[in-house]
Ligand binder design. Sequence first.
Ligand code: BTN
Length: 279
Amino acid sequence: MSPQSSEPAAGGIPGDLGPGALAAARSARFGSPVRALATTGSTNSVALEWAAQGAPEGALVVADHQSAGRGRLGRAWLSSPGCCLLFSLVLRPAAPLDDLGALPVAVGVAAAEAVARCARVATGLKWPNDITVDGRKLGGILVESRTSGPGPAAVVAGVGINVGWRAEDIPADIGGRATSIAAEAGTAPGRAELLGEILAALEDLYPASLDEAWAAAVARAHEARSELIGREVAVRLGAGGVVSGRAVRVLASGALEIDAGRAVIVGSGEVEAVRQAGA
Ligand code: BTN
């Protein structure tokens, strides 16, 4: 298939991610051209490779199943055929990558808002961008970038949402910590319908000018859904060690500020524990 084609790959994905449904999911700028794969290692890998070959902003890779899906901090991302929305969107932001710390946060906000609107599930956000329901993880975001290849630097926004898994089918090694739309709501929207909602929400949160005011607005939108702000947290730092204290706010850089007796700014890490302040 040509990188510029707007048609799904031959074979594509049957059912709720079929060619017609994917065409209907496009937003003005996102979702075309599209590569639809029944199974692949990781949609992020396919999208990064495609970006290196010149895929334009808005190009989309969607898969029914991943055999080597990856998550943040080197973890695996599990899925089952037919049960999860798995996609990667190519962006070519008109700002230096170093100034785009709010972009992964924006993708999380868009996904949380879209799930809430489309599936009527009360979603929260766990910094930096886990989509949660009552503390259990419903979805995750992995943003990766590639600076080589033609055109402006490419950023790939990978999104995984647990859609159709029944509670008893959620893999044992993430069960208890994970949930799905079907487990929460008893029913789930078609994956292409949800994809369309996320693409539309992200368009609203991804203006032409990715400036400081935009980044601050993204941070406020995240805080409005945050399950951490004002609570006591323990964060394992990307660089090693743990910081414990009260989550104060999300900065325009995408970092989390923690009051640990002094202000600690955490740029990368994993929140391991959450409890009410004073509890
Ligand atoms: C996380 O919460 O750790 C991030 C999970 C990101 C998973 C998505 S699924 C689609 C895309 N392809 C991948 O291999 N990962 C992302």
